[in-house]
Design a protein around this ligand. Structure first.
Ligand SMILES: [Zn+2]
Length: 99
């Protein structure tokens, strides 16, 4: 079974599928932003692998905010993001379907 990892950059902590980040990183997300992620979250989106665009957008903002606080620059983030995407098992086929 594949593990679901915290979505913060370079974090390898395993978290429950319904959680975006581990507790340490989630605490770095401002409360209002946490709410945006929670409101947009649809139960079962991890099973269907089809989160809403609202959730994707909110999640991306939250992830970027944490990256800012941890001092990752844009270029570094893009590189790490792509590598992690692959490590997390997003296959090329899956990627092409989305674009
Ligand atoms: Zn984390």
């Amino acid at each position: 079974m594949s593990q679901h990892l915290c979505h913060a950059y370079r974090c390898t902590k395993a978290v429950k599928p319904e959680k975006l980040m581990c507790a340490r990183h989630w605490r770095m997300v401002p409360l209002r932003m946490q709410r945006m992620v929670c409101v947009a979250y649809a139960i079962g989106q991890c099973d269907t692998k089809r989160p809403s665009y609202a959730w994707l957008a909110a999640a991306q903002i939250a992830i970027s905010t944490v990256a800012d606080k941890e001092g990752y620059g844009l270029e570094q983030r893009t590189q790490i993001g792509l590598i992690e995407q692959m490590q997390r098992g997003a296959s090329c086929a899956e990627w092409e379907q989305r674009t």
